[in-house]
Design a protein around this ligand. Structure first.
Ligand SMILES: [Zn+2]
Length: 128
């Protein structure tokens, strides 16, 4: 079971606690490094399935592709198991974007006819 930080503190060895406190007093470089690494690992776990066919991604396969797109402050990431899936995504992204534009125009004209249409949801991770 996952634990909250305050619960974890209860379990940490006293000497380790003193070391952590010392690290934080010096700017927390070591703790920052550990947390950054762990967060990166967790974010990678979210990319284990293909955005199109939901196949499990083999992290060591050379046929994997990841697209990073969107504005600088809200980068989105989509991972694909093969070139076919990425092509399908790109083709549909084009169509979808056209549909969204048309839907917006339609909506302005006929108010509410395009409800239910929304942009697909992707992980928006912080990307270095
Ligand atoms: Zn796929």
């Amino acid at each position: 079971m996952k634990k909250r930080f305050t619960e974890v503190v209860e379990m940490i060895d006293f000497n380790e606690l003193v070391n952590m406190k010392r690290d934080i007093d010096k700017g927390g470089m070591e703790i920052n490094q550990v947390l950054t690494q762990k967060i990166k690992e967790e974010l990678k776990k979210h990319n284990v399935y293909c955005s199109i066919c939901n196949a499990k991604i083999d992290p060591y396969s050379t046929s994997n592709f990841t697209l990073i797109f969107g504005p600088e402050d809200l980068k989105k990431k989509a991972t694909f198991c093969a070139l076919d899936c990425m092509e399908y995504f790109l083709k549909n992204l084009k169509d979808l974007r056209r549909d969204w534009k048309n839907a917006k125009k339609e909506k302005n004209k006929t108010a509410g006819s395009a409800s239910g249409m929304h942009e697909p949801d992707f992980d928006s991770d912080d990307i270095d």
